[in-house]
Design a binder for this molecule. Structure first.
Ligand SMILES: Cc1cc2nc3c(=O)[nH]c(=O)nc-3n(C[C@H](O)[C@H](O)[C@H](O)COP(=O)(O)O)c2cc1C
Length: 255
């Protein structure tokens, strides 16, 4: 018998992954040692730096009048600075009862109307939230620059042609994952996931024009955009743009 398989949990069982994995590379050991263990973790967290390093200064007078241009400039600066995955963005939604949830997606575009685009599956929790409550908040964090941008607005689903175009532009593995998935449903086993992916890849090869009806691109129409420049001195700078009279007004806010 495969010695590993004896340790595999039966399917459908919740698994706690690596909760007590020893630290590597001499990092402080965050594992509890006392009765509650809380002080060890607390000390470790207090020692961790935040907003360290040589961060840029923000001169608010240099910011453009519209926040989309500000975002595009900061995004270009993030690319230039080599920020890893600068297009990764946390999307927060809320269900009909106002219960929030958030997750990371990738930004697909900022279109000519200044809308922020991301793509997902209509059956996902975020899509189900947006179907009943289109209010949404996007949050970018570009750690090496100490910058975050928050975009608050309303999400609208693009039409079927735009969703199909986005889907067909994705890599085969990304399309296979989208075709194979059943978001949020219980999964019997990891091999079942791999088998579904293999089947989906074969389907894509046989029918390259396949587009799942569940694929959807959302455009977030911004109503408020905040650009935030962190500082090691903690005198962080916030500039908040809000829609007003068909344009944008902006002001500095206390951090
Ligand atoms: C870096 C990164 C990029 C991701 N990109 C996407 C994406 O573009 N679309 C998407 O639906 N999920 C993406 N995911 C997975 C989501 O975070 C999430 O697990 C999934 O969409 C289900 O979310 P939900 O159940 O809250 O709707 C990404 C995750 C990470 C970490």
């Amino acid at each position: 018998m495969d010695p590993l398989s004896a340790r595999r949990p039966p399917t459908g069982v919740s698994v706690s992954v690596g909760a007590m994995t020893p630290p590597e590379n001499g990092a402080p050991d965050p594992r509890p040692t006392g009765a509650t263990g809380a002080p060890v973790l607390r000390r470790t967290l207090r020692r961790l730096p935040a907003l360290a390093g040589d961060l840029p200064e923000l001169d608010p007078a240099t910011l453009p009048e519209d926040p989309v241009t500000a975002f595009l400039r900061w995004f270009a600066a993030a690319l230039e600075a080599g920020v890893p995955e600068p297009h990764a963005v946390t999307v927060a939604t809320a269900d009909a009862a106002g219960r929030p949830s958030s997750r990371v997606v990738v930004l697909k575009d900022v279109d000519e109307d200044g809308r922020f685009l991301f793509a997902t599956d209509r059956r996902s929790r975020k899509a189900r939230d947006l179907a009943v409550n289109p209010a949404v908040s996007l949050s970018f964090y570009w750690q090496p620059l100490g910058r975050q941008v928050r975009v608050v607005g309303r999400a609208v689903a693009l039409d079927a042609a735009a969703c199909a175009a986005d889907f067909l532009a994705r890599s085969p593995s990304s399309r296979a994952a989208a075709l194979a998935t059943r978001p949020g449903e219980p999964l019997d086993s990891v091999p079942a996931l791999h088998a579904a992916m293999r089947d989906a890849l074969a389907r894509i090869e046989a029918e390259p024009g396949t587009v799942p009806a569940e694929w959807v691109v959302y455009a977030v129409v911004p109503e408020e955009v905040e650009v935030w420049q962190g500082s090691g001195s903690r005198a962080h700078q916030r500039v908040v743009y809000r829609r007003a009279d068909g344009g944008w007004c902006r002001r500095l806010e206390w951090p």
